[in-house]
Design a protein around this ligand. Structure first.
Ligand code: CS2
Length: 492
């Protein structure tokens, strides 16, 4: 037993023993469930939950969050065992600060208690739904972005709408059923906010929720869809904070800092940003009191973050793994790391909206954030789910650069590293331990003998970019860089 396991567990009772600076900013028992959040991950707890707590502290309002977790019973049990309290550690270089956050009031496992989710969604006091379910949770078709009604979990849920006997099991199914229940009860307006890293995440969520309802067997679906046009809004948003997955070492670190055992801490960089489209139909949560921005159009912020931060993250992930690095901070200590971030940024900058953005300054800030030695952000984590991330991060700017007749050598190099990383291993995994829902399809691109350009084209097709796969100048340029990448050389 380590010393931190012997400590008293963090709870509503034990938290009162902490130094005031480490205690929640508001009394958690005073909060009302007003926000329903899907996806009980580290990111949400270090981002939306922190903004909510701080906004409550400034305004005296009582917005509490109910967290609904689709998969991990461990995450739910961990939160429940601590009365939904947990610590956040800000990892500034050489200066770690740990304090307990009090804004989550309940944790629910989606498939254990679907009726609780339904009840909350009908409650008129519950005004906002937020989601961090990752790109996978939307079941979008790679080609059109509409709901993939052939995805197995969606098919199961659509079939369940016929008899209405079996409970729905996906986030989209539960959300749609919850909206239907709200429509038939109070009909109070509600806002659904996707906080996942997708361009146009508001319209993307709207499309898949509407797509589910349209494909359902519900006989009242036309009336439901028509009510939604005025009572349900899907504001787009951009969220930012680098929050690596929590490790056992992190649990020990946070517990020692508190002097109480915290099994579900989160540790992230000090920086955070939240920009939301000001398109709410219900009461607007007061996140602006903690620095969130409500703006008419999030597109400039969204594209800058997705293409510069997430885009260079993915480039560092695949190139770094090939070169033997483990973390983002490791990459920044190589002789090519900083240059990669700057050259990547310089290459994609012409595809960013001109209005009010300064890509060069943004990239310089990124270099500092990525360099933070207090962070251990695993490249393997960032490199996972590549087929879902790359369309958002790389394919859009690549298409636009090609249309502008501009060269794209850094994106080609990064794509070569992604191709290299998709190779399957004997145990059914991928070369560097990344995972991907399309892993079997990616693996099949490596079977048999194939010319490198053909393999590149097959992999691009598997990631939904048939147009790029058909561009032989591009597939040739990517294939030409494969040998150097496989040898762990990053030649910018
Ligand atoms: C990362 C993001 O894992 C990844 O793919 O690029 O989680 C990134 O850390 C966040 O978007 C930062 O806001």
């Amino acid at each position: 037993m380590t010393t931190t396991q012997a400590l008293t567990r963090l709870s509503l009772e034990s938290v009162t023993r902490l130094d005031p600076a480490a205690r929640p900013l508001v009394e958690p028992r005073s909060l009302q469930p007003r926000i329903l959040h899907f996806g009980l991950g580290a990111f949400h707890r270090a981002h939306q939950a922190v903004y909510t707590e701080a906004a409550n502290a400034v305004t005296g309002e009582h917005w509490g969050i109910v967290d609904v977790e689709p998969f991990s019973s461990r995450a739910v049990e961990g939160m429940r065992a601590q009365d939904c309290l947990y610590s956040v550690t800000d990892r500034a270089p050489g200066d770690l600060r740990t304090r307990v956050v009090g804004s989550v009031v309940e944790a629910v496992l989606l498939n254990e208690d679907p009726s609780r989710v339904r009840t909350l969604l009908t409650d008129p006091e519950l005004a906002t739904v937020t989601l961090t379910v990752t790109e996978k949770g939307y079941h979008r078709r790679l080609d059109t972005g509409s709901l993939d009604t052939t995805a197995a979990p969606i098919q199961t849920d659509l079939a369940a709408t016929v008899t209405e006997e079996a409970p729905l099991t996906t986030v989209l199914g539960q959300l749609s059923a919850g909206l239907r229940a709200r429509f038939h009860s109070t009909g109070a307006p509600i806002d659904l906010i996707s906080c996942d890293n997708m361009a146009g995440n508001g319209p993307a969520l709207a499309a898949v929720v509407r797509g589910f309802i349209e494909a359902s067997a519900w006989t009242d679906k036309d009336a439901l869809l028509s009510w939604m046009t005025h009572a349900v809004s899907f504001p787009a948003t951009i969220v930012d904070r680098i929050v690596p997955a929590t490790t056992d070492e992190d649990r020990d670190l946070a517990s020692s800092a508190l002097g109480l055992r915290d099994d579900v801490p989160v540790l992230g960089e000090p920086y955070r940003q939240w920009v939301l489209e000001d398109a709410f139909v219900g009461p607007r949560p007061l996140w602006n009191h903690d620095g969130a921005l409500y703006v008419p159009d999030v597109a400039p912020y969204q594209l800058m973050k997705l293409r510069l931060l997430n885009g260079s993250h993915s480039a560092m992930a695949y190139l770094g793994l090939a070169a033997g690095c483990r973390t983002v901070a490791d990459v920044l200590t190589t002789d090519w790391g900083e240059a990669l971030v700057r050259e990547f940024g310089g290459e994609v900058a012409p595809t960013l909206p001109k209005a009010g953005t300064d890509p060069a300054a943004y990239v310089e800030d990124l270099v500092v954030r990525f360099r933070n030695p207090a962070m251990r952000h695993l490249l393997r984590q960032i490199g996972s789910d590549g087929t879902l991330k790359l369309p958002e991060r790389w394919f859009g700017p690549l298409r636009e650069l090609r249309a502008l007749g501009r060269p794209s050598p850094v994106l080609e190099l990064a794509l070569a590293a992604w191709v290299h990383a998709t190779a399957p291993t004997a145990d059914g995994g991928q070369r560097y331990g990344t995972t991907d829902p399309a892993a079997p399809t990616l693996a099949s691109c490596w079977s048999g003998t194939m010319a490198p350009t053909q393999r590149v084209a097959a992999l691009l097709t598997a990631a939904g970019a048939e147009d790029l796969a058909a561009a032989t100048d591009l597939t040739t340029a990517i294939a030409q860089r494969l040998d150097a990448v496989s040898a762990g050389k990053v030649e910018l």
